[in-house]
Design a protein around this ligand. Sequence first.
Ligand code: AMP
Length: 297
Amino acid sequence: MLTVFGSTALDTIRTPTKVLKDVLGGAATFAGISASFFVDTGLIAVVGTDFPKKYHNILSKYLDLQGFVVQKGKTFRYDGSYDKTLSTRTTNKTELNVLGTFKPKVPDSYKKSEFVYLANNDPDQNSLLIREFDNVKFSMCDTIEFWISTKRNSVIKMIKNVDAVVINDEEAKLLTKEHNLIKCAKKMMNWGAKYIIIKKGEHGSLLFFEDVIFPSVAFSLEDIIDPTGAGDSFAGAMIGYLANKKSTRLDDIKKSVIYGNVMGSFAVERFGLDGLLNTNKKKIENRIHQYQKMIDF
Ligand code: AMP
């Protein structure tokens, strides 16, 4: 089993063609649903009493919700705008609301999870939560500009407590204060994580482990609709694939990165969560075959 902890949100996403208001989002939502195509996934998250029933129904279709809490107050809200290239996003507002005071607890039935993903979330909460598991074989975390700017030392502490970090290129540079991605990865490895995966959006990703560098391309698409959640879908697919195989071997980690690229490509093809909600195991395997063909020479 896999446990995913992190934000479940009501997102306002402004793209050049459409504005989505208060739609279901959040790092743990994208990561958990993406992972659920590979393995049974439990979600630990908090929402407020304003969280719509229809979104609760979507979550319960894909995820085990024993760790999902409805707390008095408003749900975490994120508001972001994309420029016309859809490659640069500006954060307009981050409202923590119930996430700010959440005291997460790991349900007893999740304590034996060997795979744990700490999606983008308060790094202090993430570091506290990971200690509650009895037997973690592989843990991975992500972070975002908001936490790097407000709690950089806590982010570094969180990195000490996990096996892997998955982070985008701009955030890796901001966090490590380095310009070169190899230097960024080395610094994060020195802080304690064994594997570093730096996502480069439409340009794919770099996996670092000891002196190994494994670059992978993104699945090439002509029409990108909404990149929100691509990174979370990438990470969810990675750890979901590994949890399904119960493996932390480097060759499986490399394969998991390819699944990450493929699930990220589904996420960006439609608005909000629709890209993930419209895929299935068959479409995923077809795209993996297309990917294999694409890079074969
Ligand atoms: P991504 O596009 O992969 O970077 O992820 C976007 C998702 O992250 C959105 O659905 C947001 O709700 C969520 N998010 C944005 N900012 C934060 C934050 N400071 N903490 C936790 N989750 C966030």
